[in-house]
Design a binder for this molecule. Structure first.
Ligand SMILES: [Fe+2]
Length: 279
């Protein structure tokens, strides 16, 4: 689709776009409409050189849904719907694998936004992969095989979860199993997507023999990681990224220890994963 009030530059043919000629402090209604469309089309949109307060960041994210109160610790006097992903100099980032946030919930956040606060001199990039592109790239026999399947997602502790919940809350979360279709349907563009996640969260195919399930999910998880479906974002001061969390995986590269890195995050209120409608 052609855009008239923003400049949209694709990052790779299959995923990502840079959005230029916009000031996120002063958007027109026409720009807001085109930015929403660009996100649906490209899955991940990147803005550079934006100067926003945390409150204005949350206001901007409300273009895409209702910003949820964060489960990351609120700090620095930020509004409750602005969380912080903060790796201190004495810590080493341990989330260094392809994943989606929240797939262990019945209603994962459909969209997430990150905005830079503090960056290492280099490193700490983030890669994003489109699960719609990954689905399209499957062989026809694999598409047929996985069409009727549902899978079980369940949380395990991660570096961030340790800071977010009390022990009782986390025990209750760990016990909860969530069932999602393995192939999802995006009503906004009519496309199907491969709803897979890291084995940390995606445990097994419902009703399938354990060994067969493990082999299938491993094949699909490796398929999503083909470089054709992703791009690598190099953060700079003033960079803001919005992505469709439930239609993408992301990979935060943990190569910057012992440097500090701090990003603000806004999550949009969760939505269920839709199965493909019956023909
Ligand atoms: Fe994440």
């Amino acid at each position: 689709m052609a855009f008239e009030t923003i400049t949209m530059r694709p990052i790779t043919p299959l995923v990502g776009a840079k959005i230029e000629n916009v000031d996120l402090n002063a958007l027109t209604a026409a720009q807001e409409t085109e930015i929403r469309q660009a996100l649906i089309d490209r899955k991940v949109i990147v803005f550079r050189n934006q100067q926003l307060t945390p409150g204005r960041f949350a206001d901007f994210m409300s273009l895409f849904g209702r910003p949820d109160d964060e489960d990351l610790e609120p700090v620095d006097g930020n509004p409750p719907n602005v969380g912080v992903i903060h790796i201190r100099p004495h810590e080493k980032q341990t989330i260094n694998f392809w994943h989606m946030d929240h797939s262990f919930r019945a209603d994962p956040a459909p969209k997430l936004g990150l905005y830079t606060k503090l960056l290492p001199e280099c490193g700490g990039d983030t890669l994003f992969a489109s699960l719609e592109a990954a689905y399209d790239g499957l062989a026809d026999d694999m598409k047929e095989r996985i069409a009727p399947l549902w899978a079980i997602h369940q949380v395990r502790p991660t570096q961030n979860s340790k800071r977010r919940y009390t022990e009782e809350e986390f025990k209750a979360m760990m016990a909860r199993k969530t069932r999602h279709p393995l192939v999802g349907y995006n009503p906004q563009n009519g496309r199907k997507f491969l709803f897979v996640n890291t084995p940390v969260y995606l445990r097994y195919v419902d009703g399938m023999d354990a060994a067969e399930s493990e082999t299938l999910l491993d094949t699909l998880y490796r398929h999503v990681q083909r470089p054709e479906y992703s791009f690598r974002l190099v953060w700079r001061p003033g960079t803001l990224v919005v992505w469709e969390n439930s239609h993408c995986l992301h990979y935060p590269v943990a190569d910057y220890f012992p440097h500090e890195r701090k990003l603000l995050r806004v999550a949009i209120t969760g939505e269920p994963i839709e199965a493909v409608p019956a023909a």
